[in-house]
Design a protein around this ligand. Structure first.
Ligand code: GLN
Length: 437
């Protein structure tokens, strides 16, 4: 028997612990959502490289509801551009319920794309000439995030249309303010359709993993939206995703997230993973009680809070060797090259140059070995390169050694010139340059 993966085990522990949690109610304004077994509970986690872990009812389908909002926002930003979308919808948290009749004072815009008014509007900003083509774009785009073709649940959308006075009021309010320059019935039709797409906890985990990987779906390998769009979406999820519970959520859980009234939650740890959680009973904010508890427990136990201090005491300079009678310094780096680590690495290179100067070794040489650096933050590399240039301008020879990163998914920069792949070659080049002719 294959041993249970420890992440699957953690997920199952949390699932089992919350199984008896019966808090919350089926309190939807959509009648069809009442017809569900309130005890169902699915929990899934997908890593940013596409590995799924699951516990409980992960293949039960439910309607996505407001969890669709960040994804529609992503499609609107991709299709209409930042300026057009930001002109139409704000990015400020409201501290109000998701369906509050609130627009921005001066502009009349919806305050953000995570509340109903905002999502009714962003649904108009995805590509398409009419409601039908915009619905198709939303189905295709959200399916690309999930990595499979999603159906919609017409029974739920019909039920919502029959009870949608509040959303209709919101749309007409925007129309009156001049902030919804589109057909009201079409806008509502697209919004209700988007909310009625059917997903399961697994889909939400993959959608979250796609957001965690910069808009790249790790299961299908498709870049669904550009990384800049993705970053904007995560920022707005972090500040507005949990409505009037958003502040407390970020304090406790520390992850960008979005909830829906059918009981789904997607939570994202950028660069790491996505969580999909679902259980139908809701708290007073319209967030699933069990799904929210599950995210909080996972965040706590797996140390996922985004603002936790990280890597205290981690050194990036693994070794500093002197060769050729002290005229050649080899600085070996390890771990990720982050901003803080770049500071340490630059100081080591400057210290080497200082030693060369003090010993009147001019020219001397410094080799910086980056092969054991796992991840390079591009601005950190640029800082290092600036230091390298300074040391070279002072008359010393510098060589960087690194493995080929052109194919690595995490590396978006270009390798600096004078970078070699072999340490021996770099050392030999420097040693021969130092030898008197
Ligand atoms: N379709 C739902 C509504 O408009 C979505 C709300 C939600 O999930 N929070 O009421």
């Amino acid at each position: 028997m294959e041993p249970l993966h420890p992440l699957t085990r953690r997920l199952r522990e949390v699932h089992d612990e919350l199984h008896g949690e019966a808090g919350g109610e089926l309190r939807s304004s959509i009648p069809a959502l009442q017809e569900v077994d309130p005890d169902r509970f699915g929990l899934a986690l997908c890593t940013a490289d596409g590995h799924l872990h699951e516990a409980g009812d992960v293949t039960d389908r439910f309607t996505i509801q407001s969890v669709v909002k960040p994804f529609v926002y992503a499609l609107a930003l991709t299709d209409s551009g930042f300026d057009a979308v930001h002109d139409s919808v704000g990015v400020e948290p409201t501290g109000e319920a998701f369906n509050a009749l609130v627009l921005e004072d001066v502009t009349g815009r919806p305050p953000n794309p995570m509340v109903n008014a905002g999502a009714i509007l962003t649904g108009c900003l995805v590509a398409g000439d009419d409601a039908t083509t915009r619905k198709q774009r939303i189905r295709d785009g959200v399916s690309a995030f999930a990595g499979r073709s999603l159906d919609d649940d017409e029974r739920v959308s019909e039920s919502e249309k029959g009870a949608g006075e509040r959303n209709r009021a919101l749309a007409w309010l925007m129309k009156a303010e001049g902030s919804l320059p589109y057909d009201v019935e079409d806008a509502l039709d697209v919004y209700v359709f988007a909310c009625s797409l059917e997903v399961d906890a697994r889909d939400l985990a993959v959608m979250g993993a796609t957001l965690s990987a910069g808009g790249w779906n790790p299961v299908t390998g498709e870049q669904v939206v550009p990384p800049t769009v993705n970053r904007t979406v995560l920022s707005v999820m972090a500040t507005c995703g949990m409505y009037d519970g958003a502040g407390r959520w970020f304090v406790d859980v520390g992850l960008p997230a979005k909830s829906g009234v059918a009981g789904g939650i997607v939570a994202v740890q950028p660069g790491q993973l996505g969580i999909g959680a679902w259980s139908p009973r809701l708290d007073e904010h319209g967030n699933s009680v069990r799904a929210a508890r599950a995210c909080a427990l996972l965040s706590e136990r797996l140390g996922m809070h985004e603002l936790r201090p990280e890597g205290k005491g981690l050194r990036v300079v693994a070794a500093h060797e002197r060769r050729e009678g002290g005229r050649l310094h080899v600085v070996r780096l390890q771990g990720p090259l982050t901003l803080r680590n770049a500071d340490e690495a630059c100081r080591a290179v400057v210290a080497a140059a200082q030693e060369l100067d003090d010993a009147a070794h001019r020219p001397g040489a410094v080799v910086v070995d980056l092969r054991s650096v796992g991840w390079l933050h591009e601005p950190a590399v640029q800082l290092l390169c600036t230091t390298v240039d300074d040391v070279q301008a002072a008359g010393h020879l510098v060589r960087l050694v690194d493995r080929d990163r052109e194919e690595s998914p995490e590396w978006e920069g270009s390798t600096p010139e004078s970078t070699l792949e072999s340490l021996e070659e770099a050392v030999a080049q420097c040693a021969s340059a130092l030898r008197p002719r």
